[in-house]
Design a protein around this ligand. Structure first.
Ligand code: NDP
Length: 288
């Protein structure tokens, strides 16, 4: 395997995990971080600490950014634009697809090749078998460095449009963030009745485990725009949504999340989907 020099800019939990994996795989790694002290432990593992951003960019053709958002990239790279030409800038930071597209043209304007990525696991799983990373941008740039990038996790190239990887990342996090908040809400509802968090936890886990079963065939329904309510109607589910809001209000816990779900049901029922299944909520959510 080739030992490709890599620069990693941004040493939060994700950046640090990536540096460790790249070093373990034998790649020479140069690091830079706004708060320089975060580089010290990585230098002990063999990383080179660049004093300046220009120096960090000069060290490798392949430059990975792991930052809070794209504004951080602007703050950092705008101070060293003359060092961007010829670099493959792989930005593994979260932001909106629009922002991602703008940044890609800004980078290209400075002679860099932008590749966008979204890491789908947390820091401690980076580089393990469970890790996968979405990429989008020029196919040839991705192909040329895919072997090195594979160290971070299984690369999943989604297409030339720079925003695509960001969109895939966000769609996943949409499910993730909402589900995690739902879990906390349900747990608070139980706690208000005196059921402890640890008592409820295995029940919540079983519910999450059952989700693939409930999702079977739904995508096909959504594509067809037909939502048969054979087993469970939107009317029944909507009544249940009302009951969850009622229970939350009675328990004195925040009901923002179940109220949002209730609102979907109220609107889809008002639109005449009472005898359809729950996937008919797509009509309201997707503005079809
Ligand atoms: P953090 O926000 O903890 O750290 C990111 C880095 O951004 C730090 O090095 C920080 O520097 C730097 N930074 C932030 N703002 C600026 C700025 N204005 N100028 C210069 N540097 C700046 O992020 P994570 O490491 O947790 O995550 C990185 C990216 O990966 C995020 O986009 C996140 O969405 C994504 N991600 C995170 C996961 C996780 O579990 N943490 C999982 C999957 C993806 P400093 O040290 O000086 O503060």
């Amino acid at each position: 395997t080739t030992r490709e020099p890599v620069t990693v800019i941004g040493l939060g939990p994700m950046g640090r995990a990536m540096v460790r994996c790249l070093l373990d795989a034998g790649h020479p790694v140069t690091v830079w971080n706004r708060t320089p002290s975060k580089a010290t432990p990585l230098v002990a593992f063999g990383a080179t600490h660049a004093e300046t951003i220009a120096e960090a960019l000069a060290a490798s053709e392949l430059v990975i950014l792991s930052l809070t958002d794209y504004r951080a990239m602007d703050d950092i790279l705008s101070t060293a634009t003359e060092a961007l030409a010829g670099k493959l800038i792989v930005n593994l930071s979260s932001d909106t697809p629009q922002r991602t597209t703008e940044a890609a043209s800004w980078l290209a304007g400075h002679g860099a090749r932008p590749l966008v990525g979204g890491v789908m696991v947390s820091g401690e799983l980076v580089g393990t078998e469970r890790s996968y990373v979405f990429y989008s941008g020029p196919r040839d740039s991705f192909d040329a460095h895919a072997n090195t990038l594979a160290v971070l996790g299984r690369p999943d190239y989604r297409g030339e449009d720079h925003a695509l990887a960001q969109l895939y990342y966000q769609a996943h996090l949409d499910i993730f963030l909402t589900s995690l908040a739902a879990y906390l809400h349900a747990t608070a509802l139980m706690r208000a009745a005196g059921v402890t968090e640890t008592t409820f936890a295995p029940y919540a886990t079983e519910m999450f485990d059952m989700m693939p079963y409930f999702l079977k065939g739904v995508a096909e329904q959504l594509e067809r725009g037909e939502y048969p309510g054979d087993g469970a109607t939107a009317t029944m589910m909507g009544a249940t949504a009302d009951h969850i809001v009622g229970a939350s209000d009675a328990a004195g816990i925040d009901a923002t999340l179940p109220r949002a779900v209730q609102s979907y049901y109220h609107r889809v029922l008002a639109a005449g989907h009472g005898k359809d299944g729950w996937p008919s909520l797509y009509e309201v959510i997707g503005n079809r």
